[in-house]
Design a protein around this ligand. Sequence first.
Ligand code: FAD
Ligand code: NAD
Length: 466
Amino acid sequence: MRRWLDGGVSRQQPSVVVLGGGPGGYEAALVAARAGAQVTVVDRDGLGGACVLTDCVPSKALVSTAAFMGGLRTGETLGVREADDATVDLAAVNRRILALAASQSADIGRRLTGDGVRIVRGRGALAGPDRVRVETDAGDDEELAADVVLVATGATPRVMPTAQPDGERILTWQQIYTLTELPEKLVVVGSGVTGAELAHAYTGLGVPVTLVSSRERVLPGEDADAAEVIEQVFRDDGMEVLGRSRMASVERTATGVRVTLVDGRTVDGSHALLAVGSVPQTAGLGLAEAGVELSESGHVVVDGVSRTSVRGVYAAGDCTGVLPLASVAAMQGRIAMWHALGDAVSPLRLGRVSANVFTSPEIATVGVSQRQIDDGESEADVNLLPLATNPRAKMDSFEHGFVKVFSRKGSGTVVGGVVVAPRASELIYPIALAVQNGLNVDQVASTFTVYPSMTGSIAEAARRLH
Ligand SMILES: Cc1cc2nc3c(=O)[nH]c(=O)nc-3n(C[C@H](O)[C@H](O)[C@H](O)COP(=O)(O)OP(=O)(O)OC[C@H]3O[C@@H](n4cnc5c(N)ncnc54)[C@H](O)[C@@H]3O)c2cc1C
Ligand SMILES: NC(=O)c1ccc[n+]([C@@H]2O[C@H](COP(=O)([O-])OP(=O)(O)OC[C@H]3O[C@@H](n4cnc5c(N)ncnc54)[C@H](O)[C@@H]3O)[C@@H](O)[C@H]2O)c1
């Protein structure tokens, strides 16, 4: 390991201060501690970050209950009587979710302290490129010297002046877990991944939902074929989808909420859920003062190895705006520490990231996208295989969804894929393995799959690309 200078004295143990205990921060802290650094994590809201406490983990736990309810609704088709009479006790659901989040946060705390990481509860900010000032929750402020600083402070829901959350009826996605009763009618504003997942989850719980979608179709950032299937499923499940409808304001009424659209129409509900994007939490961190470059949107500008414009200061996760996923935040954090502590490191490769939208069915994607192929950025053959003919799908009474595999023209190397299916988040892995390891369609097609299985359709799609 490199030697570090401290007041002119050479020592082997560098000091690392991590601002933020989400996946970007805590994964980096674990890497740094295992590499022998002296590590402090400064965290304001709780270890695991928004990811564990309010965003990813709680929403996926809510989706689990909704998916279970969805399973009961197909009971009739499978010969089960009266399965769809079940109702949801939202207070119990939310108690479970909050307990699960707290327990995961505690697990992360134990892992960090077990590896010798010091945890300081409080709000941190740069006092210079190599110093962090902390207003601790205990009230005693601290200044920490750091050879390496990692900024991983995440993002927070975007709030519009005309649609102010009140935590009771007008809610951000971080405020929904205090509800004790199912909303009588929920209006979800925003049909990005957050809005789509939560709108479908509440529909699954039995709540009448209206989705206010400013775009032509829901999930504008996703594969268009997949988004089309999901929008149809939303409508089939009874959700009202208002396309091309931009929210102008949300206000309380005597009995609930009124959402007014830019074109003057109004939508009434008992509750409104705002999912109109996020903003990075980079204000008041002393970043610009220390010389750290920020983008116009306020994100920290980083390179492929998570370096900022200031030597020794790195950044990872949603505060960088690179790709707001927990898996990417964690990888950016690890890469930052490998680089800072002199380990071998390759730059972040976004072309290999797997992602999943947790609707029902799910949409999983990896590698090159259909849009890149259509735009001529990537020369690839495409095979889309509907799952309707898959024997396992028939047994499970699953009708919607497909598998799509992309392979490079000429060589047949698998460069990407899309799966729309129940548990697509698990089914994408064979395609991700193929993309990561440069396997060609023949290698995928000639690999045994279980009969009957959904993965059989992945092998079949590869076979058709031969
Ligand atoms: C509803 C929703 C669902 C999602 N689902 C998924 C999913 O299924 N899969 C997936 O991969 N991604 C998902 N994401 C994205 C994922 O949650 C984020 O990409 C991830 O949380 C980013 O991690 P992070 O470490 O950058 O930030 P965060 O998790 O936001 O953590 C940042 C931490 O920094 C702390 N902090 C902030 N400022 C300071 C300060 N000044 N001093 C000290 N500490 C500070 C905060 O308290 C927080 O603990 C979801 C996002 C949303 C909104
Ligand atoms: N399953 C997952 O991995 C998961 C889940 C949720 C979020 N995320 C991550 O977070 C990122 C952000 O997703 P998001 O959905 O929170 O934000 P987003 O910015 O992708 O979507 C917000 C949507 O709100 C719409 N909108 C904005 N203002 C509006 C208005 N006035 N009226 C109506 N609609 C309006 C926008 O057009 C946009 O489609 C995702 O790209 C993803 O990387 C991941």
